[in-house]
Design a protein around this ligand. Structure first.
Ligand SMILES: Cc1cc2nc3c(=O)[nH]c(=O)nc-3n(C[C@H](O)[C@H](O)[C@H](O)COP(=O)(O)O)c2cc1C
Length: 220
């Protein structure tokens, strides 16, 4: 850790993003043990580096809210929601297990929005979104749910770096057209504390959805 720390700091990094990516397969280690180890890692790292440390976590915890609190208490300076894990695929002809990573689309956004909305109402540290941000409206939704930063990968790979400029310009237009005076005004405006119906984030709402469901919306 010390050698890495020196290398990272000497290279001039202003901050570090720690990607907590592990697939615990040992049935003898329960969730609490795995989480404790993860928090200790963050605490140790924070004790040794001077630059801010953001932690990128996965959504696969029984209590994401508790893990987020633990990370904040362990010294994480920011959280990134969420990691997008490499998932194995079986090649049925070659009889191989392949690690593939598909580019995302906006369908990955709602999981992130839900947890941004919940955690931005609970935590003090900044939250960044990673996963499924492609369009201007995705950026707006992430900000409304409480994101402080928006990370982009797939859309930049698809459209090139100039996508950054066009998204920024169209976000600015969106804000001006609706008379928002700043991004700050938008941020968290639809989070768990601020939105008119917090139960939409908290409950599965299946009964409500089924009552209103039509196979062909718009057809009576
Ligand atoms: C080709 C590729 C390589 C990636 N490599 C890493 C990596 O080394 N470390 C990491 O934390 N995430 C990595 N990711 C995940 C991205 O940081 C990001 O979380 C994910 O792509 C979701 O964002 P997006 O929907 O904007 O693509 C990679 C993604 C892609 C597409």
């Amino acid at each position: 850790v010390d050698r890495l720390r020196r290398l990272i700091e000497q290279a001039g990094a202003s901050a570090l993003e720690l990607n907590l990516y592990a697939v615990p397969t040992d049935p003898a280690r329960d969730g609490a043990a795995v989480e404790k180890e993860m928090l200790e890692l963050v605490r140790t790292l924070k004790g040794r580096v001077k630059i801010p440390v953001a932690v990128k976590l996965s959504p696969f915890y029984t209590s994401v809210a508790s893990v987020a609190r633990g990370l904040e208490e362990a010294g994480a300076d920011a959280l990134v929601l969420f990691n997008r894990l490499f998932e194995p695929e079986i090649d049925v002809e070659a009889l191989e297990v392949k690690r593939v990573l598909h580019l995302s689309d906006s369908s990955e956004l709602p999981l992130r929005l839900r947890w941004l909305a919940i955690l931005s109402a609970q935590r003090k540290i900044p939250l960044a979104i990673s996963g499924g941000v492609h369009e201007t409206v995705d950026v707006v939704r992430a900000l409304m749910a409480g994101a402080t930063a928006v990370q982009l990968v797939s859309t930049l790979l698809r459209n090139g770096p100039s996508r950054l400029l066009s998204l920024r310009a169209s976000l600015e237009r969106w804000l001006v057209e609706r008379e928002y005076s700043s991004v700050r005004q938008l941020r968290g405006s639809m989070n768990l504390k601020a939105c008119p119906d917090p139960s939409a984030y908290e409950r599965a709402n299946y009964i409500h959805l089924l009552h209103g469901w039509r196979e062909h919306p718009g057809v009576a």
